[in-house]
Ligand binder design. Structure first.
Ligand code: SF4
Length: 388
């Protein structure tokens, strides 16, 4: 392809995408009343999370934290609580830290340049590009996975799009495509086409505004692009968690350290099974290491399966009884004894929330018995090989 061919194609791609986006863009909450803050929150939520999921959270989060100032002034725990279920909690911690930085260093106003945004906690090249172009009209590209797929197909790029060097090439290509005066609309249109038309499987080429330009379509191999590496096998771990009663109707929960995965969230303490230890042995060791207390491990409460990005877990939650020792945090940020009905107010991961719900359902099921006392004496220990 000559340079002139490429430039001609670039102009056509931009024109067609903008015309299509003007009529076919989805009506999404963050597109209704655009302010830099609303755009920023949306882009942080949308990174790693599907649009359908974000829609369910976005307005509620903004009603809790309607401005940079409100977000910066809120306790981190309440931000994590509003984020509960969205996953990738580092995003919430960084959003909170960035809001505080914006208050102190920028007078409460988001920086309006790519470089200024890039300096904020948790803001990478994609979010900086999206906010700079959509909220401030800056002529910078924003290339997410959807946009990468479209670019690879339209220009028949057959290199591994997961490689950083290839991603930079795609960013440069997207920057070349940007039309004068409408960078934000173009970036959104490119991503929207990837999300709704140029999907990973069965792209709808017949209804695509780029159909007559698209080299992958013309070559008949659109679905084979972008080139995908073989993914390494995702490891699986058995994890045990203790729902430990104190003899006074309260259970023990621990807060994860800020720098750990799921930092700041509350959990039923426990950890990963090592070697050939049984789940009760694992749990006894973990609680000793984490909180310096001895527990008696009782019956299995529930088993929860959960997939994270790089591994999967099977979480075995046991009813336990505090036996001896005053808890102290050896491997956690904080601990507290709470009544079961107070668990709803604590930010928890999806897996721990399922354990909390199983506990509440279990208490409801204990007909005729006061729930508190029923659990001060745990059932007989389970079979040593656990469940699930
Ligand atoms: Fe994607 Fe098909 Fe459109 Fe090409 S023609 S951009 S492969 S939907």
């Amino acid at each position: 392809m000559t340079l002139q061919d490429l430039l001609t194609d670039c102009a056509s791609v931009a024109d067609r995408l903008l015309a299509w986006f003007a009529t076919d863009a989805r009506d999404l909450p963050w597109r209704r009343a655009r302010t830099p803050y609303r755009v920023w929150v949306a882009e942080v939520m949308l990174q790693q999370t599907r649009v359908d999921t974000v829609v369910a959270y976005y307005d509620r989060f903004l009603s809790h934290f309607p401005s940079v100032q409100a977000l910066a002034g809120a306790p981190l725990e309440s931000v994590l609580k509003a984020w509960e279920g969205l996953g990738y909690y580092a995003r919430a911690r960084n959003l909170h830290a960035a809001a505080q930085h914006i208050m102190t260093a920028h007078g409460g106003h988001l920086p309006n340049t790519f470089e200024g945004l890039l300096a904020l906690p948790g803001v990478g090249r994609y979010i900086a590009g999206a906010v700079a172009s959509i909220a401030f009209g800056q002529a910078v590209a924003a290339v997410d996975g959807n946009a990468r797929r479209v670019l690879c197909r339209v220009f028949a790029i057959r290199e591994d799009a997961a490689q950083p060097a290839v991603q930079r090439e795609l960013e440069a290509l997207a920057a070349r495509l940007l039309p004068t005066g409408q960078p934000g609309a173009f970036n959104e249109a490119l991503m929207e086409l990837g999300a709704t038309v140029c999907t990973p499987r069965s792209p709808r080429c017949n209804g695509c505004p780029l159909g007559t330009l698209c080299k992958a379509r013309l070559a008949g191999d659109a679905e084979s692009l972008p080139v995908r590496r073989a993914r390494p096998r995702v490891p699986h771990y058995d994890v045990a968690a203790a729902v430990t009663w104190d003899g006074d109707g309260r259970v023990l929960v621990a807060q994860r350290r800020a720098d750990d995965m799921l930092g700041g969230l509350w959990e039923f303490p426990g950890g990963k099974r090592e070697g050939d230890e049984t789940l009760p042995e694992c749990l006894t060791r973990e609680i000793r290491e984490e909180l310096d207390v001895e527990i008696e491990v009782g019956g299995l409460l529930t088993v929860v399966s959960h997939a994270y990005t790089h591994f999967r877990i099977t979480l075995h939650a046991f009813l336990c009884r505090w036996a001896s020792g005053e808890p102290r945090c050896l491997e956690c940020a904080a601990f507290q004894w709470v009544r079961p009905d107070e668990l709803d107010g604590l930010p928890m991961s999806v897996a721990d929330r399922k354990v909390a719900q199983a506990l509440q359902a279990h208490l409801v099921g204990l007909a005729g018995q006061p729930p508190v006392r029923a659990h001060t004496a745990p059932p007989a220990p389970p079979a040593l090989d656990g469940a699930g």
